[in-house]
Design a binder for this molecule. Sequence first.
Ligand SMILES: Nc1ncnc2c1ncn2[C@@H]1O[C@H](COP(=O)(O)OP(=O)(O)OP(=O)(O)O)[C@@H](O)[C@H]1O
Ligand SMILES: [Mg+2]
Length: 264
Amino acid sequence: MRKIAIAMAKGGVGKTTTAVNLAYELASQGQRVLLVDCDTQAQVSKFLGVKPTYGMYEFVTGHDARGAKVYRNDAIFPARENLWILDGGIKLVELKHWLGEQPREIRHKCLSQTLVPKNNRLDYLIFDCAPGWDVLSVNILMTVDEVLCPVALQGPALEGLKTFFGYLLSAQKQNKDLQLSYILPTMFDRRTRQSFEIYQKLKRLFAKQICHPIRHNVRLSEAPARGKTIFEFDRRAPGAQDYQKLSRRLIDDAIRAQKVPRFF
Ligand SMILES: Nc1ncnc2c1ncn2[C@@H]1O[C@H](COP(=O)(O)OP(=O)(O)OP(=O)(O)O)[C@@H](O)[C@H]1O
Ligand SMILES: [Mg+2]
């Protein structure tokens, strides 16, 4: 099972758009995916047009807001075929308080100890991270092995990346398996020089990790309002083609690294 955080310190760079569309496309390709929403905005369930009763708060604490017991399996919501979600939302504020109150030695490792799927039943565990840095972000980086970092090709993109690398480095001191696997350029607009320049720079700096860019595509911003992924909303849109390429890259890399067996 691959455990990947879609993370970047900067807000509005396409983390949730990437997490949802990538998870959906991987699931469509037959991969079993659990998508974990780590943001108080609960965007994942909104983007997918579903309303789970429970989520990460209940999963980690083992009870609901009134103190009634909740089994972990009941917190996992089936959103599409092969795609399950663990909802985020405002209850994560409470969860962060709860995490902060745990003894120091388990505070940062709570998630890595509870989010352990049984018997290899999942192929991908994907985390849609919130911008910024807090006790939950640390927990996520202690749980995953890989980070996919979306970088919007506009404004001071590289500054946001520098801040995030500071966080990543401090997390790597405690999680030796953690690696930056992918840099995903987003909001690529071929009409602007800035887009090209940032993309070229990223290609030079991250030759191994760089992914094919996600173009700026208004259909990608329209799909969430309908509670649909880009593949369900407009399969022929450039956004769908780009996220399909990304999903292909992840699957090919996994085969190459023999993280999934080669049957044929
Ligand atoms: N390639 C794209 N083209 C056009 N619009 C996009 C693209 N990617 C994302 N968007 C839109 O940009 C906005 C921000 O995207 P998204 O919510 O995915 O970013 P985020 O990094 O998760 O934000 P936050 O840090 O607030 O969680 C959304 O309205 C989304 O629909
Ligand atoms: Mg988001």
